[in-house]
Design a protein around this ligand. Structure first.
Ligand SMILES: [Zn+2]
Length: 192
């Protein structure tokens, strides 16, 4: 199957959550209202990896399910932290286990003209990269910058990298503007 960046299925991916693991969690859109999973089959995950700078080919259905389980564990754990709760033990265990797998090692290509990333299991190595990102994000000082988009129909998780740490929206150009328009319309409809 030919996959192109411009394909509408893939243009909905978000890569602006502020971290690799949260970009992964953002492959389910509109978690607040009607969740929409952008990864419904292994080919879509392959494409997401590719666009994230990770390469995995021919992901099996079992591997695909493992990836989705990790995604949901990361989402739920981060959400718990944002809500001031302790993450679920089973989510923490799943993320820790995924992080244990050795990540790919750079090796010289015999022609010395490029790098070859060696791993015994490409999918597990990629999931380990994502899980490690999630752990350092949740366990480090950035945990104080973890946010959930203020739009009830979005709820995307993101890292607030603004100096004041007061961002409310996943992106001003998306949910922030929508909210501005909504408030403006409300004011027009009920003039005081
Ligand atoms: Zn949003």
């Amino acid at each position: 199957m030919a996959l192109r960046n411009s394909h509408p299925k893939y243009s909905r991916f978000r890569f602006d959550a502020g971290s690799l693991s949260l970009n992964f969690a953002a492959t389910v859109r509109h978690r607040g209202a009607q969740p929409r999973d952008l990864l419904t089959m292994p080919e879509m995950l392959e494409k997401w990896f590719h666009l994230s700078g990770l390469e995995v080919f021919e992901i099996s259905l079992i591997e695909f399910r493992d990836a989705i389980l990790l995604r949901e564990a990361i989402h739920d754990a981060v959400r718990s932290i944002i809500l001031g709760k302790k993450p679920d033990g089973s989510d923490v265990e799943l993320i820790n286990r995924a992080a244990e797998f050795p990540i790919a090692v750079p090796q010289f290509h015999p022609g010395f003209d490029r790098v070859v990333w060696e791993t015994k299991h490409p999918l597990k190595a990629c999931l380990a990269v994502i899980a490690r990102d999630a752990i350092t994000l949740m366990g480090g000082s950035d945990r104080l910058r973890l946010k959930m988009c203020g739009s009830g129909s979005c709820r995307m998780l993101f890292v607030d990298q603004s100096p004041a740490n007061r961002r409310r929206w996943c992106a001003m150009s998306i949910c922030g503007n929508r909210e501005k328009i909504r408030v403006h319309r409300q004011r027009k409809q009920s003039p005081s």
